[in-house]
Write a protein that binds this ligand. Structure first.
Ligand code: GUN
Length: 314
């Protein structure tokens, strides 16, 4: 039987419209201003342009003040840090997000230095050491948006986590590591896999919940998946190689036709054939991506609520 598709897009719209927006309206009524989100975009990476546009659009739609702070690709690390410092002090901004990747010219540790400079209470990406540390200790924190969006999806789709075996493929600071921790905190038994894991397919095949976050198009094949398992695809890979596209989609598939028209196709880390064995599966696009943005909205609202609560001593 074909896997049930987990519609992240529909869930994202529902959470934003029915849960976040009314709270934003109430926040504005009580505090006379909207929650404020500042997004810093350095340079002109085309994928980042799209992500940032979507984040700003969602921010405006839920009623935030959503400001884009652009810096040219030729900017210096000092300029970026100065901008972050200004936003840390800004009364109008409750959340700060610096879109990554930063231009290579800023140096190999630029992203780390910039993320470290964000005030933890405004760190709506959940990337600062303070928030990562709080999350590891299962204390209240701003948590990275993609893994928290995946937990939200599993919970709302009533996919059991406690007592289940979860495998996370990929060990990035942004997705893999926090994902594994959040699943563990919900009482899953978690295996973290990566490029050096021997017999990756056999390890993944033990999982009831399989999260693929490797950045490798179609890496997860049918033989990686226990029949009936839930498969979460975090990948957002732009494929331009006709041989790769032909391996992903059979002849006559509408997405292969679209690839031939446009010369590229957006695919996840999970091969489409997995739909034949998985019990539930997130599509790409329209699965995890919209929930990542929704969690960014949720984090910004929470950051705003915490900030006003701190400003008014009880
Ligand atoms: N680039 C790709 N994903 C993300 C994200 O979640 N946050 C930031 N800041 N940059 C990204």
């Amino acid at each position: 039987m074909a896997a049930r598709m987990l519609d992240g897009q529909a869930l994202a719209v529902r959470i934003q419209q029915q849960e976040i927006k009314p709270k934003v309206t109430q926040f504005i009524r009580e505090h006379g201003r909207p929650p404020g989100l500042a997004i810093v975009l350095v340079g002109d990476n085309p994928a980042s342009e799209v992500y940032v546009r979507n984040k700003l659009k969602s921010g405006s739609e839920v009623g935030f003040r959503a400001d884009l702070e652009r810096l040219p690709a030729t900017t210096t690390l000092a300029d970026v840090l100065t901008l972050v410092e200004r936003l840390n002090r800004s009364d109008a901004h409750d959340g700060i997000l610096v879109q990554s990747p930063l231009p290579k010219a800023l140096g190999p540790d630029a992203a780390q230095r910039v993320f470290d400079a964000i005030a933890p209470e405004k760190d709506v990406d959940g990337f600062t050491p303070a928030n990562v540390g709080l999350m590891v200790q299962n204390r209240p924190a701003l948590i990275a948006c993609t893994p928290s969006g995946i937990i939200e999806l599993l919970v709302r789709e009533k996919i059991p986590i406690a007592g289940r075996h979860a495998a996370v493929v990929g060990r990035s600071d942004i997705v893999g590591k926090p994902m594994a921790l959040l699943l563990m905190q919900r009482d899953a038994t978690v295996t973290i896999c990566h490029s050096k894991t021997p017999d990756l397919a056999a390890v993944c095949r033990q999982a009831d919940i399989l999260v693929a976050a490797t950045g490798r198009a179609g890496l997860v094949r049918k033989e990686f998946v226990k029949p009936g398992a839930t498969v979460i695809d975090v990948g957002m890979n732009t494929v331009t190689d006709p041989a790769v596209a032909a391996d992903l989609f059979p002849d006559g598939h509408p997405r292969l036709a679209r690839f031939r028209e446009r010369g590229s196709v957006l695919v996840g880390d999970v091969h489409p054939e997995v739909a034949e064995v998985a019990g539930a599966l997130t599509p790409v696009p329209g699965g995890v991506g919209p929930l990542t943005i929704t969690m960014l909205m949720m984090n910004t609202l929470r950051a705003a609520e915490s900030r006003v609560a701190r400003a008014v001593p009880r």
